[in-house]
Design a protein around this ligand. Structure first.
Ligand SMILES: CSC[C@H]1O[C@H](OP(=O)(O)O)[C@H](O)[C@@H]1O
Length: 362
């Protein structure tokens, strides 16, 4: 997508050297646009762990290039490198999906052939993600068109949580893809952007993306969503996801479950956008089986922002000495999900519909 009018993917092979990997440092956004150059699998692992690169589909694609970087130097280390990268973050299934796809493509090749094959497979994963997310946009667009037709001349209000835009994928995004397409089609879409504590992916990243694309939006405190829904200010909720079980349970950024409860209580449709790489049909009960990443206390007790004179500073906002807990995801039961927007179409969040849409995964 575009930054200052220039089209970018969130991830690319360096055009100068043809082998290192370029990613946006998302911990520096929205204040600075910094492209990092990753040269080995350890730098990729660090980028994923520290969330310099983040978002379920994007961490999978980036890990795939981490394998390719390793194969340049040590093709015999395939299994060890894949195991190391797979452990960088536990909740997004896209990471394991990408690693398993790289292993399948490489493990039976002679070591000398692995580097070229790894770059080809990583590029295929990245291209697949961009195309998949564009299709998600096309399949989600009718939802916004239908709302616009019901309220001619009025804005279509979407609430989203966290960042499921092009910064979370190779391109287009998942939850934001239909919004971009609706905006570009002239639909008066407006987005309520949950700030998304504690890392503020909404206030920092979704707001940055929407602003760069010219999409009207309003940043709100996480706790404002229920109030907005009660007062008819939200026509639809669309979020991304890090893992969807075979029964339709949805793991996503912490706070998503609370939005789904408020949406159900107020009769607001709650849709989840995902590519095929986010499905985990090995899991039935999301609340009991999906591992929830526990991140550092400092993400809750501290805040990073820009001072009036332009310095990026981190300050403590919690009382000194108070401990914090930081579960990074929660699971929304399928019963609270109106439907899933996939690259193949929209379906209810049910085991039968998922199996019918993805028979090859059963
Ligand atoms: C396109 S799905 C993005 C998904 O990933 C985010 O998690 P994180 O920022 O921790 O990588 C969040 O759950 C988004 O919904």
């Amino acid at each position: 997508m575009r930054i200052n009018g220039v089209w970018h993917r969130s991830l690319r092979v360096d055009e100068q050297d043809g082998w290192s990997v370029r990613i946006l440092d998302q911990t520096r956004l929205p204040w600075e646009v910094v492209w990092l150059r990753l040269t080995d699998e350890n730098e990729v692992a660090h980028a994923i762990r520290t969330m310099q690169t983040r978002g379920a589909p994007l961490i999978g694609a980036t890990a795939a290039y981490g394998v390719a970087l390793a194969m340049r130097r040590e093709p015999a280390a395939l299994e060890a490198v894949c195991a190391m990268l797979a452990e960088t973050r536990p909740t997004a299934i896209n990471l394991r999906w990408a690693i398993e796809r790289m292993l399948a493509a490489l493990r039976n090749l002679p070591p000398a052939d692995r580097a070229a094959a790894a770059y080809a497979e990583a590029a295929a994963i990245a291209d697949d993600d961009a195309a998949t997310c564009e299709a998600i946009g096309r399949n989600g667009l009718p939802l916004l068109q239908e709302i616009a037709a019901r309220k001619p001349g009025e804005r279509v209000n979407v609430l989203t949580h966290c960042n499921a835009g092009w910064l979370a994928t190779v391109d287009w995004g998942t939850a934001l893809a239909p919004i971009y397409m609706a905006h570009d089609a002239g639909i008066p879409v407006h987005v309520w952007v949950d700030e998304t504590r504690p890392r503020n992916q909404g206030a920092a990243l979704t707001a940055f993306e929407l602003g760069a694309h010219g999409v009207p939006h309003t940043v709100v405190a996480d706790n404002a969503g229920g109030h907005l829904m009660q007062h008819g200010q939200v026509d639809i909720v669309i979020v991304g996801t890090d893992r969807v079980t075979r029964t339709g349970d949805v793991a996503n950024k912490i706070g998503t479950y609370l939005k789904a409860l408020a949406a159900r209580d107020n009769g607001v449709p709650f849709w989840v956008a995902l590519p095929h790489s986010t499905l985990d049909l090995r899991v039935a009960d999301g609340v009991r089986e999906i591992p929830i990443e526990e991140r550092s206390q400092a993400e809750v007790t501290d805040l990073t922002g820009r001072t009036a004179d332009g310095r990026i500073e981190t300050i403590r906002v919690a009382a000194a000495g108070s401990p914090a807990a930081n579960p990074a995801f929660d699971v929304t039961p399928a019963r609270l999900v109106t439907g899933l927007i996939t690259e193949r179409g929209r379906i209810p969040a049910t085991e039968a519909a998922i199996a019918a849409m993805y028979p090859e995964k059963a």
